[in-house]
Design a protein around this ligand. Structure first.
Ligand code: MLC
Ligand code: AMP
Length: 497
């Protein structure tokens, strides 16, 4: 495995800082070998068994991910802020055969593990392995499954092999000139590519240091950004928005100190959702940093990037990463003329293998000659790509998280008092979009607080509707299909809840 070979070149360097402790590449290699040995027991190879794991962003997260890989398993990360129902879906859909957790989550996950009949183990203090031989892992073996929402009501498991992960990492390192002297803080969730690949694995590939903060908190992030120790930062636009709000709320003296401190970072990247020009401009005026915006997707890794050394054009996402082929096509999959909008389709070594256990969805996602259809619309203007939106109104992006309107509708329809519903994304300065639901039902029977409490057991908090409207009927076209575009207007009024 290439990431392991890379780590072996840097054994004495600091790999990870978490909980105030610095861990070397040597400890990372030893601890992950120990986890691999524990997973293997007497077996020689896990042969792509799916291993679910719920580990907070920390040294142990990387240790477990690498341990699963070194034992020949497929890593399936779970997210602690998800309700049990969401974790159950991931464990069942991926057919996980074992779950590894931090000790603190053992009691929490035990009833679910028992219900699903999956063995659960807590990782204790990680021991050194006694030189047990680990299997050789070819790069065409499956490495991880990340769950992503799409145009179906249930999230799909995106399967990447080791060579996809390696390709995703290497192209980012080359484009953004990662170096072993870099140090980055990771405040992104570790069940999506942005946090896993762009931040954690890129750092560990080059021998740099990845410092985990338990969660994104503007005050703590600012403190690290101005420490003089950090060279890189990557986040979603909402994070920059919240960092700006924090800066605006402090005294003039403190603002000067923050601005001076952050100006020395060598690169700050924004992605996972459209970066509003207002945020880009405000951030530049605060920090002197021109955010580098790039475009990516769980299925393809990163596709397009503004230039590290050249121009970074506002509202644009630049050009393809090395090795990535991009085309813009019409509905017949013919290339559109330059300057015309088209759907982005992608080919290249970083594009995923398949949706887990879902050959139909995989087939539908690719053209007959192997181009992945992203569902994102773009235009090439002045030599740089500009993202225009999505082909489906059923996909919402909030805080960088991708959300399926259909998934939320399916859950809402099970609530007593809701006869029908439709969910849309409403533009929002801070979150990009927020989830809004139009409900058909009796106003007196629907209590939003009770509904929210009920929903929280079924959906992660970022998928909860933030705005509601109650109507007598949903607007439908002649074919009986709900006209979602017109629903967005329902929320222009002051009377939405
Ligand atoms: C949290 N809240 C949200 C929300 N997230 N509301 C709307 N949309 C969201 N996405 C609400 C909570 O319910 C809560 O409300 C309040 O905000 C604070 O919650 P929190 O959990 O403390 O929020 P916070 O930690 O501040 O979360 C904000 C965030 C988070 C920006 C840190 O959204 C985040 O980590 N986003 C990154 C997602 C990501 O990694 N995407 C990459 C996907 S990969 P209340 O009412 O309860 O107080 C990809 C490919 C690519 O897209 O190109 O990278
Ligand atoms: P996900 O499925 O969570 O990986 O989200 C991928 C989606 O995020 C893409 O299909 C785009 O819709 C969106 N996205 C990522 N980066 C950008 C960007 N810079 N601008 C606009 N949309 C983006």
């Amino acid at each position: 495995m290439k990431i392991i070979e890379q780590a072996k070149k840097n054994t004495s360097r600091a790999a990870i800082i978490s909980g105030g402790v610095s861990y070397s590449y040597k400890s990372l290699l030893e601890a992950s070998a120990s986890i691999a040995t524990q997973l293997l027991k007497s077996k020689k190879d896990l042969h792509e068994k799916r291993i679910g794991f719920l580990i907070a962003p920390s040294f142990n997260y990387t240790v477990v991910q690498w341990g699963i890989w070194r034992a020949g398993g497929i890593a399936v990360p779970l997210c602690a802020s998800h309700p049990l129902a969401s974790m159950k879906y991931v464990l069942e859909d991926s057919q996980a055969e074992m779950i590894l957790v931090d000790e603190e989550y053992f009691g929490f996950l035990k009833p679910l593990a028992e219900e699903c009949g999956i063995p659960l183990s807590a990782i204790g203090p990680v021991m050194r392995s006694d030189g047990v031989a680990l299997p050789v892992i070819n790069t065409d073996r499956r490495a991880m499954i990340l769950y992503t929402s799409g145009t179906t009501s249930k999230p799909k498991g995106v399967v990447s092999c080791h060579h996809h992960v390696d390709a995703q990492i290497q192209t980012l390192i080359s484009a953004w000139e990662w170096d072993k002297n870099d140090r980055i803080i990771n405040v992104l969730p570790l069940h999506h590519v942005h946090g896993i690949i762009n931040v954690m694995l890129c750092a560990l590939w080059v021998g740099a240091c990845c410092e985990f903060l338990p969660k994104f908190e503007p005050e703590k992030v600012w403190a690290r950004l101005v420490s003089g120790e950090i060279s890189l930062f990557m986040g979603v636009p909402t994070m920059y928005y919240q960092l700006i709000k924090f800066w605006e709320a402090v005294s003039r003296e403190e603002q000067k100190m923050l601005s001076a401190g952050v100006s020395s970072l060598r690169l700050m990247v924004s992605g996972s959702a459209a970066l509003p020009e207002s945020v880009l401009n405000k951030w530049e005026s605060i920090s002197g940093q021109i955010l580098l915006e790039r475009y990516g997707m769980t299925e393809i890794g990163m596709g397009l990037t503004n230039s590290y050394r050249g121009e970074r054009r506002a509202g644009h996402v630049g050009n393809p990463f090395k090795g990535v082929e991009i085309r813009l096509v019409d509905q017949q999959l013919c290339d559109v003329p330059i300057g015309e909008p088209g759907e982005i389709i992608v080919k290249g070594p970083s594009v995923f293998k398949e949706y887990w256990n879902n050959p139909q969805a995989t087939k539908k996602a690719f053209t007959s000659d192997g181009w992945f259809k992203t569902g994102d619309m773009a235009v090439l203007s002045h030599g740089s790509y500009k993202i225009l939106g999505r082909t489906s109104v059923d996909i919402i992006k909030s805080g960088g998280y991708k959300i399926s309107a259909l998934e939320i509708e399916e859950v809402l329809r099970n609530y007593s008092g809701i006869k029908d519903c439709a969910v849309v994304g409403i533009p929002d300065e801070e979150w990009g979009e927020v989830v809004a639901a139009v409900l058909v039902g009796e106003r007196e029977e629907l209590n939003y607080d009770m509904l929210t409490t009920w929903l929280k057991e079924k959906l992660p908090s970022y998928k909860l509707p933030r705005k509601y409207q109650i109507v007598e009927d949903l607007p439908r076209n002649v074919l009986g299909k709900v006209v979602k575009t017109s629903l967005k207007n329902y929320f222009n009024t002051e009377n939405s809840s």
